[in-house]
Structures are given as C-alpha cells and as structure tokens.
Ligand binder design. Sequence first.
Ligand SMILES: Nc1ncnc2c1ncn2[C@@H]1O[C@H](COP(=O)(O)OP(=O)(O)OP(=O)(O)O)[C@@H](O)[C@H]1O
Ligand SMILES: Nc1ncnc2c1ncn2[C@@H]1O[C@H](COP(=O)(O)OP(=O)(O)OP(=O)(O)O)[C@@H](O)[C@H]1O
Ligand SMILES: [Mg+2]
Ligand SMILES: [Mg+2]
Lengths: 228, 228
Amino acid sequence: MISLRGISKAYSMGDTTLWALDNIDLDIHKGEFVAVMGASGSGKSTLMNILGCLDVPTRGVYSLDGAEVQSLSRNELADLRNRKLGFVFQSFNLLPRTAAIENVELPMLYNHRVTPHESRQRALAALDAVGLADRAHHYSNQLSGGQQQRVAIARSIVNDPVLMLADEPTGNLDTRTSVEVMAIFQGLNSRGITVVLVTHEQDIAQYTKRNVVFRDGKILSDSPVASP
Amino acid sequence: MISLRGISKAYSMGDTTLWALDNIDLDIHKGEFVAVMGASGSGKSTLMNILGCLDVPTRGVYSLDGAEVQSLSRNELADLRNRKLGFVFQSFNLLPRTAAIENVELPMLYNHRVTPHESRQRALAALDAVGLADRAHHYSNQLSGGQQQRVAIARSIVNDPVLMLADEPTGNLDTRTSVEVMAIFQGLNSRGITVVLVTHEQDIAQYTKRNVVFRDGKILSDSPVASP
Ligand SMILES: Nc1ncnc2c1ncn2[C@@H]1O[C@H](COP(=O)(O)OP(=O)(O)OP(=O)(O)O)[C@@H](O)[C@H]1O
Ligand SMILES: Nc1ncnc2c1ncn2[C@@H]1O[C@H](COP(=O)(O)OP(=O)(O)OP(=O)(O)O)[C@@H](O)[C@H]1O
Ligand SMILES: [Mg+2]
Ligand SMILES: [Mg+2]
C-alpha cells in the first residue's frame, strides 16, 4: 500500500539546511495498524503530510497503492486525497465559523457517489460515533478542544478511506474518550482499512500492531506491538 | 489567591441554555499546585479562561489576590493579566508569521520594568529551558506541534507570573519532553508560584499536589495527590 524509498525533506534556513526527514525507507502493507512515535520535532508530522499527499519530499519516491505519487497530475492527486485518504491533523484544521456537521460533510461535497441526503446521514453517524451527536450545530469555536479534535476525526472517516492518517488524534482527549476513539480506529482496521497514527502515549500505541519510532528525521526502530 | 463563589457560565444555543460551568465554588491558595481533570467538554478550559480574566462568568464572583475581578477597569484587567498571570492556551495561540523568540518576548513589550536587552535575554533563557534555543528564529509555522506548544510555555513564564495557568501543556509532547516541561512547572511552584494546569493524563497529574475533577460543568471531586 505505502512504499517510501530514500524519502528526505529539507528546509533551508538561511545558510543551514534542516533535514526534517533524512533518507527514509518504509513499507506499510494493506490492513496494517501502525503507531508512529518519537520525540517532539523528530519528523512525524512531516512524514504524515507526505503520506497524505499534502507535502512533497525533497528527494526519494513515494508509491501509494502501486502508483508513484509525484507522477500524478494535480487533479489525480486531489481525487486520490478525497477518495482514498482520511486525515486527522495535529491542529484539527476545522473551518471556524462553520457548524460541526458541515465540517464533517465537507469531504463528501466533491464525492459524486454520495447524495446530499446520504451525506447528512453519514455525517450524523460519524458525529454520533465520536459522541458528538448533540453538538452537530455548534460552530467550531463553540466546541471544546477535545470536541474539535473529535469533529476532525469524524470528518476523516465519512468518505470510507482506504488509508487513515491520524496525527495525535487523542492528544486533547481524556482517557475514556480516547478509548472510544481508539475503538473507532480498531473498527476501521478490522474492516481492512490501513491505519497510521502518530501518538506520544504508550497506552495509545498499545492498540496498534506495529510501532515505528523516529528520531531526528530517521527511523530509530520498527517493531511489532506485543499482544496483551 | 483564587476564590470562586457560585461561578456559572452559560451559552444560549437557540432556545436551550448550555451551562459550561454550573455553580462552582473553589478556593486555591498561594503556592498550590493543582491539576484540573475531567472528560472532554466538562468545563476545564472555560474555568481556565475565567481564572485568566479572558472570559467573564454569567453569574458568581471571582476574587483574585483579594480583588473582585468584575470590579476592575479594562486597564486594570489588562495590567493584571500582563503582570501577574502566565497563560498557556490549549491551542497555543502563537502569532503565525512571527519568530519563536518574538512570540516569547511579546508579554514583555508592555512591561516597563524590562529593558529591550533584558527582554531578549529572558526570552532566550525561556526558550532554552524548553529545549528550543536552536529554534529561536523559526517562524511559528516552521515549528512542529510540540515545538509550538513549548514556545507557548516559554512565553508564559517570561514575566515572572504569580499565577500560572496551563491548559493541556503537554498534550503534544513525547514523554521525555513532558518530563522536562513538568520540571519547569515544579521549579516555578517551588519558588512560590501558584500553578493550575489542565491535563487528561494521570502521569502528568502525579507531578501536582491536588486534583480537581470536573464533570458536566460541576466539580466531581477535589483531593490531594498521594505523594509517591
Ligand atoms: N462559545 C460556546 N458556545 C456554546 N457552547 C460552548 C462554547 N464554548 C464552549 N462550549 C461548550 O461548553 C462545554 C465546556 O467547554 P470547555 O472548552 O470548557 O471543555 P473542556 O473541559 O476544556 O474540554 P476539552 O477537554 O475537550 O478541552 C463544552 O461542552 C462546549 O461544547
Ligand atoms: N516549514 C518549516 N521550516 C523549517 N523547519 C521546519 C518546518 N516545518 C517543520 N520544521 C522542522 O522540522 C522538524 C520536524 O517537524 P515535525 O512537525 O515533523 O515534527 P514532529 O515529530 O511532528 O513533532 P511534534 O511531536 O512536536 O509534533 C522540526 O524540528 C521542525 O522545527
Ligand atoms: Mg507533529
Ligand atoms: Mg479544553
């Protein structure tokens, strides 16, 4: 499903170069459930943005579902992102003066296989799955931090993605709500959806099946999660 | 130091009223180290915004350092916030196209007791304390999520506040960085500074001395943290 070869991402800061990712090789097969961990600043979000086709690597090749992503046209990329990927951003990125339900419906606006009625039903179901059915008509700025995070999660699942990318999806959630959210991701994974999530919490990583640890833009370790 | 009596915060949503805080009584004495916990949406950030004089309660009285906050003029409030309070927001609230060091210096711009030279020295020391001396000149959008969170923490300590309010300050930080940040808060508290922090992680609450748990806008429990 995902193949990274020699992936690097450089930022030039004046006369120095910062390698946010440094020559990464990584394979993730269909149906895997991967936790990406590592210190603050170690390259996790940079990796997620490249996997999500939101950023382009400086070097290296990223193949998704067999196709080399850099050879796709802008339209093909937009279509791929919309139809195949679900993305939960570290900073949520909700539309501010827009109701929760409209934020969740947004990915379906461009999806011709979903009718407006079906889109609203799916959005309500997704909000219900994250415990926010009663917040559907709150605007983003009328929601708590953890509620905004959950709206972002609901938005990421409505298009039935084949690849779910979640960057710190439980960072603002209490334990009980985190457990509910991880149950959603486990449910997706048990239906064959590939899930890659960034977390800094071991308790959350325990729900996944493989742990890839980053340090200073490189992969430090890559190992299975011991089944409890 | 902090006295809340009958504090309520209501939001009217159409024909219903949502009580984000519901008749809260709370005393926090000088030098205390309090963790505020509770489910997502239980009222923690609403409490922090009232404590930080960033929001006004619908009912009730908030006294800070003996003065009733609602009786203060706008200038007195702004002065109080700038001189006495340190605030770390759940969503960081950094100025986007502004370097980390300038974000950290911001609270000192209006502080007449700090020279520009001293302001830069203090800002660099604060960034160093959170491990970001080498990121001083990155703009906010050139920083990772956890780095932005740490810049927000550095900004909150530079004016030597008497009351530190931190809303989920380790939500985006790996374990080792979280430990470094909690050491900063413990250091402040050992110098007599009152620290109130919201967290959803028990491991973080363990660093504090008192745990106040919210549920549905009310205080569910209020107990000392067992010393390890
Ligand atoms: N402007 C607003 N209008 C309407 N309701 C609001 C508004 N702001 C907050 N709320 C509601 O008030 C409740 C408390 O919000 P608050 O942000 O204090 O929760 P919290 O405990 O900080 O949650 P979290 O852990 O998710 O950050 C939530 O249920 C939220 O939906
Ligand atoms: N636009 C940019 N310009 C320069 N440096 C950048 C830029 N974006 C990110 N960086 C740097 O790249 C490194 C990796 O950032 P990244 O966001 O991937 O880290 P992360 O592992 O997600 O961290 P966190 O756990 O704090 O979210 C960081 O050290 C950051 O300072
Ligand atoms: Mg990140
Ligand atoms: Mg909050």
